[in-house]
Design a protein around this ligand. Sequence first.
Ligand code: FES
Length: 165
Amino acid sequence: MNDDLQKKVAQAIHDPKNVGEMTDADSVGTVGNSECGEMLRLWVKYKEQDGQKVIDKASFQSFGCETAIAVASLATELIRGKTADEALEMKPEELSGELGPLPPMKIHCAELVQGALRDALSPDDQEPGQMESPAKPAELSPTLQDSLNAGQAKSGGINIRFLDE
Ligand code: FES
């Protein structure tokens, strides 16, 4: 990772935005990368705006590397005000925001964020915009840490989608 990107990542994780569980979320998505072992959960809350259902806010928890945390912080800001369809169209390099292009070895960090976002915005693999039955955050353990501590990740108690499966 070059110095410029290293500085931008350091800035982003110095005061990461939107970290933590969102208890009143409408939907939640969790993904893992089986190769590097990173995991990320992302919560989304919608609102009505000008007759459209748009993302009001999003938050995340991560056992990810610094780059994944930085991208998640930026992405949860960038998707606010977008419809689910608009957010789903965002590519990893767009979700990375001001970090700019990531080196090849770090692209999967942004893909982790994109995967969690897709899981949250398309629960049960429904088509975007057909989210009448979103995932139920309340049915999950309170935090990603709790889920992992409880061994639910291994037993299938939480739905973790591995990106490379
Ligand atoms: Fe795997 Fe960053 S190194 S998510």
